[in-house]
Design a protein around this ligand. Structure first.
Ligand SMILES: NC(=O)c1ccc[n+]([C@@H]2O[C@H](COP(=O)([O-])OP(=O)(O)OC[C@H]3O[C@@H](n4cnc5c(N)ncnc54)[C@H](O)[C@@H]3O)[C@@H](O)[C@H]2O)c1
Length: 318
């Protein structure tokens, strides 16, 4: 299969390309414009092994500057992960880039799919579309995002739906719940916390740390995402991808203290605008359609992310 992965140098995209290439039948064309919160040198590190893979090609360009019709001409599947991530920075003047990368680029890609024979178009959405809700979040709940980021990602979902119903583009929407692990973006809390702990800096926590998340380890996320490939039963569906464990931010910091043997200096600041208090994924659909069962515990996942931070910043750490 010839598979296009947008956002291939990013956190989730780079892991997904590696996973897809485990199948010798797959050829992967990765696209990445090297934008967003993570600095380019870390993205180069993300795709280090991919670049020498014989069945991988990187197109290091923004989607808006690529001839998408030409690109999709003989492609079988599109995984659309490229986007401007992060809730906190989606307010104010940054919104424009969220609108461009999350809405316009998605529309352009879907438009180009009209003239191609794509078997699946898989869109990376987010739990941020739900907003503040009680209990488990199920895909049938009415979305009510709390942030401009969530609104742009929900708009991307709606675009998938109208291109599916109007032009029969075989779309699948996956809603990821806080993904973590090696290569996690630099703006995400675990990445910041671990780096701050290892460099003996104060840990900056938004709010009082009692907010909780359904944390998804990267290999679970990528396994679920790759399992969509060739599964015709999921076309037109929206499916939550959550993790094995939920925890509060304070509980995560306690775990990090144990794993690193370092006492954290905690600095609590104002709550971040646009973040729900809790997230909790209902995984019934993922279990039913993808036979998905997250496996990696928070303790093990954090241990692996600490290892990654130690190696990525080897030169800067004491
Ligand atoms: N990481 C999470 O916890 C999480 C949770 C929910 C949803 N998501 C979604 O998953 C996707 C991947 O997230 P991530 O954490 O890996 O982010 P990331 O920033 O690491 O990766 C996204 C990549 O897309 C690229 N990109 C963005 N716009 C582009 C464009 N117009 N053309 C070409 N390349 C472009 C960026 O350069 C970046 O490398 C995003 O769409 C995000 O909204 C992530």
């Amino acid at each position: 299969m010839k598979i296009i992965v947008t956002g291939a140098a990013g956190f989730i995209g780079s892991h997904l390309c590696e996973k897809l290439l485990e199948d010798e039948q797959n050829i992967v064309i990765g696209i990445d414009g090297f934008i967003g919160p993570t600095p380019s040198p870390l993205k180069v590190l993300n795709i280090g092994t991919l670049l020498s893979h014989p069945r991988f090609t990187l197109i290091a360009q923004d989607l808006s500057s690529i001839n998408l019709r030409e690109l999709l001409k003989d492609a079988d599947v599109v995984y659309h992960l490229a986007g401007m991530p992060g809730v906190r920075t989606s307010w104010g003047s940054e919104f424009e880039s969220y609108a461009v990368h999350n809405i316009s680029s998605t529309q352009q890609l879907l438009e180009a799919c009209k003239d191609a024979s794509i078997q699946q178009f898989i869109y990376a959405s987010t739990s941020s579309v739900y907003g503040e809700k009680d209990g488990k979040l199920s895909e049938t709940m009415e979305p009510a995002p709390l942030s401009p980021y969530g609104i742009t990602k929900l708009t991307g979902e709606h675009l998938c739906r109208v291109y599916h119903t109007t032009f029969h583009i075989p779309t699948v929407i996956l809603r990821y719940f806080t993904v973590y692990g090696p290569r996690q973006r630099t703006d995400m809390s675990f990445h910041r916390f671990i780096k701050q702990l290892l460099t003996k800096q104060p840990i900056t926590i938004f709010g009082d740390g009692t907010q909780s998340r359904d944390f998804t380890y990267i290999s679970d996320c990528v396994k679920a995402t790759a399992s969509v490939l060739g599964n015709t039963a999921v076309i037109g569906k929206t499916i939550n991808i959550g993790g094995k464990e939920r925890a509060s931010v304070n509980e995560v910091i306690e775990l990090l203290e144990t794993l690193t043997g370092t006492k954290a200096i905690r600095q609590y600041t104002a709550s971040a605008l646009g973040e729900p208090k809790h997230t909790w994924a209902d995984l019934s659909l993922a279990e039913q359609y993808l036979h998905y069962h997250p496996e990696v515990t928070l303790q093990e996942g954090l241990r692996r992310e600490i290892e990654y931070i130690r190696s990525a910043y080897a030169r800067d750490l004491p």
